[in-house]
Design a protein around this ligand. Structure first.
Ligand SMILES: [Zn+2]
Length: 409
């Protein structure tokens, strides 16, 4: 084994072990605190609800352990054993060239998808169902998967052709152009997602006239916020989890409320959730996110450029030097390094959440936000006692007890 291959395998194993350890810590932390509701929530969360949240969190952490071990094994098996026969199978049917490279990536992606499908099925129909969240039927699940796969093929295949053609035409500068194209596509996706892609999966109904809509419009006006419409999404058709979000840019922004959120919250709580989302816009968090992704993508393309130019990466795994194989090896190897970056990106995201909460507090007061967060965490069975180290690596939002402490402070 070459030093390069050894380094990649070591990174996969270490990141698998790290994730397993973190999931184990999370399971242990919620089990240790299962017996009593934390003091600050004694009046709002019952012991039964607290214990259901503990059981749900522990069940997910246990599944995540199996998944982390499975994913690491799978990555090693791909690199050491599986990539070669799959590539030779494609090479036997398609002559060397762009189509061969594209077909290799598509086939590897399809096999990887099938190998991880059992986890999605188990999560949806066992774990989520066991805790009363799942509302998806097997037919709806299959249709969702088929639509997502079709979408990936329609968008992904032309992009792969473009990437491999660019690589061939401009071997030294391709990565700068590919990065610029990727950023343009990302922005375009943000623009077309709400009107063209999201409706493939859910129904969006303009919010009905009435007192709720009137107070939302008043809050938007108070904050000087322009939007292209208020919509209610039929999230309840798949899951009982509640949420609200914004999509789009500029005046084309849409505000989307999950019907599950509207059902279970008072109008003050809904306004506080909206004010929190407005806070994200006020502070420019969306642009910050795009900036972060742009930096990470640039680093990713620079690594890919190095790997293509060096031409030694496939040989390190005893594979032929086809650009498709370089791409797959880099993507597989980058996963473990990505999990080392998670604390930084999650830290930035948690900081943004605190800022948005502070904005909501200054707009509608702390009380409705606190009761909305308490209800959301209770209804989504979010644990009130997560492990601190697990939080650093995995929480994009601060744990609810910390958010409430900030709101009260
Ligand atoms: Zn937020």
């Amino acid at each position: 084994m070459t030093a390069l291959a050894a380094l990649v395998f070591a990174a996969i194993v270490l990141s698998g072990l790290l994730n397993t350890y973190l999931d184990w810590r999370q399971a242990a932390a919620v089990r240790a605190h299962r017996g009593a509701v934390p003091g600050a929530f004694a009046g709002t969360v019952t012991l039964e609800e607290h214990q259901r949240a503990a059981d749900y969190t522990e069940a997910r952490a246990r599944l995540a352990i199996i998944e982390a071990i499975y994913d690491a094994d799978l990555a090693i098996i791909w690199l050491a054993f599986l990539l070669r026969p799959v590539f030779h199978f494609v090479a036997a049917h398609i002559p060397a060239g762009l189509t061969r490279s594209v077909a290799t990536v598509v086939l590897v992606t399809a096999i990887s998808y099938l190998l991880t499908l059992p986890f999605s099925i188990y999560k949806t129909f066992r774990l989520e169902a066991q805790f009363g969240f799942n509302r998806t039927t097997p037919a709806m699940f299959a249709l969702d998967q088929a639509k997502a796969a079709a979408l990936q093929l329609v968008l992904g295949v032309p992009l792969l052709y473009g990437l491999f053609a660019l690589l061939r035409a401009l071997p030294n500068l391709w990565w700068i152009f590919a990065w610029a194209a990727m950023m343009a596509i990302m922005v375009a996706m943000i623009v077309i997602f709400p009107t063209f892609i999201a409706p493939l999966f859910n129904k969006f109904t303009p919010m009905a006239e009435g007192p709720m809509r009137a107070s939302i419009v008043a809050l938007l006006a108070k904050c000087g916020f322009e939007s292209n419409g208020l919509f209610v999404m039929d999230a309840s058709k798949r899951s009982a989890h509640g949420n609200a979000y914004f999509t789009g840019f500029g005046k084309a922004k849409r505000i989307v409320f999950f019907d599950t959120l509207l059902e279970k919250h008072t109008s003050d709580e809904i306004l506080s959730v909206l004010a929190h989302e407005l806070g994200h816009f006020k502070f420019g968090h969306v642009l910050q996110r795009i900036g972060e992704s742009a930096l990470l993508a640039l680093a990713g393309f620079a690594i890919l450029h190095w790997a293509f130019a060096a031409g030694t990466l496939p040989a390190a795994f005893h594979l032929p030097n086809d650009p498709a194989l370089v791409l797959i090896i880099v993507m597989t190897a980058m996963g473990p390094f990505g999990s080392l970056l998670a604390p930084l990106t999650n830290f930035l995201s948690r900081r943004a959440e605190f800022q948005a909460d502070a904005f909501a507090k200054s707009t509608v007061g702390a009380a409705p936000m606190i009761s909305a967060l308490t209800k959301l965490s209770r209804d989504n069975l979010a644990t009130l006692t997560p492990d601190w180290l697990y939080t650093i690596f995995n929480y994009s939002h601060p744990p609810v007890p910390e958010r409430i402490a900030h709101l009260e402070g």
